[in-house]
Write a protein that binds this ligand. Structure first.
Ligand code: NAD
Length: 493
């Protein structure tokens, strides 16, 4: 495997506050690593408490005037930002590939473009989606207004850094809020470019600030008294901590957390399609996708056909330089994540699952590349660790089942409830199955498609609140009700 030396991606400074780059060299230094080779592509500093204060104060200052603008005017700025993102798709996608290690074949179609879709969608619906109601009361009447929350904090995971920043910023800004965004410490670069683009599109300064840092920095934002809402994309353990901290101040929260989602393949399904769905739902972004269908339940009569097709297609995947357009599978985000995934693979082997393909580090990985082979285990049982815990790597577990009731009971026997899918030619059964699956986002005869028009989010321990679609605006605003009397006050005293 040969990998081109990456371009350096050093930003002008670590943070973006009040319309400009800001540095504070007293913050803890950290490096941004290109995970395909382990090379350092940027050096940054985590935010100090002074930087956090500055970011929140600037957001608070800017928000009042922004909230007083018409939704149409706010939306127009976001739509301009969408256009700029599309014009710069090549550069933004290259940066996203350097930041995450995800192949350019993916980032060019799924990352900045998905962020641009969010800006375009929320910019477009702004003039009509924030209306209130008129409530006739027989002479008197009332009306409602949808008002912003104030300063919102966004905290991102490392798998879709630019998309996550935009999915949070777009509804927050259109609803009249300001946002302070903290990307994951593993992928600090993309959000800074989005902040630059928003300013270029005409967003008043201070409304989208980016600060860097890790699990020590996040709580400074979550606990800040001037923050009204926190939207986190991250793991369940982090979600518990952030929700608990936010509850101490009764802040609004949106939690987009992890999963161990079921994908159910009945024996009447189009097997070619089901295998394609299972591969996309386990190997895309090296398996680092929260909604992945990592428990693939295959009805026994289809098992041999499914595994044969899956094995040959998996072994034909091209692993390599993520900057090469031919590459299907890049590295994981970091050496730490690689080690975690490899240890799950070892647990799978030790627990007696049948290794169909993969199962380790590919040959000829350059330098400190964080690669893991696309791995398929069959004969996985419900009690195995690999069937219960989120691995967040390219590891697919195939489980057998006999009938519909059995598979539904087993699919739902998890604390997670992010997503799920079913492949079958029987559409009545498909609707019955998704009706009974306990999850927030479900697919029939496809997997993992998340256009901005549809709500996305989880149930059970996978979180609450929804991103995308008009539903997201409800999570970045609240109702104000006004009762209007048209007569005299009728008091008994
Ligand atoms: P993580 O939970 O380790 O970190 C997420 C973010 O939270 C990071 O920015 C981190 O710095 C910050 N953080 C950590 N501790 C914090 C604290 N105490 N207070 C405030 N902030 C804190 O997650 P990760 O490893 O970056 O991402 C992978 C996880 O994210 C997986 O579980 C995945 O399923 C989940 N995820 C969910 C979605 C979704 O939409 N549901 C999308 C992508 C990823």
């Amino acid at each position: 495997m040969t990998i081109a030396t990456p371009l350096k991606a050093q930003p002008k400074a670590s943070h973006f506050i009040d319309g400009d780059y800001v540095e504070d060299n007293t913050g803890t230094p950290f490096e941004s690593i290109f995970p395909a080779t382990g090379e350092v592509i940027a050096k940054l500093h985590a935010a100090t408490p002074a930087i956090v204060e500055r970011a929140i104060a600037s957001a608070k200052r800017a928000q009042k005037e922004w909230a007083a603008m018409s939704p149409m005017a706010r939306g127009r700025i976001l739509k301009r930002a969408a256009d700029i993102m599309r014009e710069r798709n090549d550069a933004l996608s290259t940066l996203e590939t350097l930041d995450t290690g995800k192949p350019i074949q993916e980032t060019i179609v799924a990352d900045p473009t998905s962020g641009a879709d969010a800006f375009e969608f929320f910019g477009g619906i702004a003039p009509s989606a924030l209306n209130g109601d008129y409530i006739p009361l027989g002479g008197d009447f009332a009306y409602t207004k949808r008002v912003p929350l104030g300063v919102c904090v966004g905290i991102g995971a490392w798998n879709y850094p630019q998309q996550i920043a935009c999915w949070k910023a777009a509804p927050a800004l259109v609803a009249g809020n300001a946002m302070v965004f903290k990307p994951s410490e593993n992928t600090p670069l993309g959000a800074l470019k989005i902040a630059e683009i928003l300013i270029e599109a005409g967003l008043p300064k201070g409304l989208f600030n980016v600060i860097q840092g890790d699990r020590d920095t996040g709580p400074l934002l979550v606990n800040h008294p001037d923050v009204a809402k926190v939207s986190l994309t991250g793991s369940v353990p982090t979600g518990r901590k952030v929700a608990a901290a936010a509850a101490g101040h009764l802040k609004h929260v949106t939690m987009e957390l992890g999963g161990k989602s079921p994908m159910i393949v009945f024996d009447d399904a189009d097997i070619e399609s089901a295998v394609g769905g299972a591969m996309l739902g386990n190997f895309y972004s090296s398996g680092q996708v929260c909604s992945n269908g990592t428990r693939v339940f295959v009805q026994k009569k289809a098992k041999a056909r499914f595994l044969e097709n899956l094995k040959s297609r998996t072994e034909a995947m091209i692993l390599g330089d993520p900057l090469d357009y031919a590459t299907h599978l890049g590295p994981l985000v970091s050496k730490a994540q690689q080690e975690k995934v490899l240890s799950y693979i070892e647990k799978g082997k030790a627990d007696g699952a049948t290794l169909i393909t993969g199962g380790g580090i590919p040959n000829n990985v350059p330098g400190e590349g964080a690669y893991v082979q696309p791995t398929v285990f069959a004969d996985v049982t419900d009690d195995m660790t690999i069937a219960r815990e989120e691995i967040f790597g390219p590891v697919m577990c195939v489980l057998d089942f006999e009938d519909e009731d059995e598979v539904l009971a087993r699919a739902n026997a998890t604390e997670f409830g992010l997503a799920g899918g079913v492949f079958t030619a029987d559409l009545a059964r498909a609707h019955r199955v998704v009706d009974r699956l306990e999850a927030g986002t479900l697919w029939i005869n496809t997997y993992n498609l998340c256009p901005v028009e549809i709500p996305f989010g989880g149930s059970k321990q996978s979180g609450f609140g929804r991103e995308n679609s008009a539903a997201a605006l409800e999570h970045y605003s609240e109702l104000k009700t006004v009762y209007v009397s048209t007569g005299k006050v009728d008091a008994p005293y």
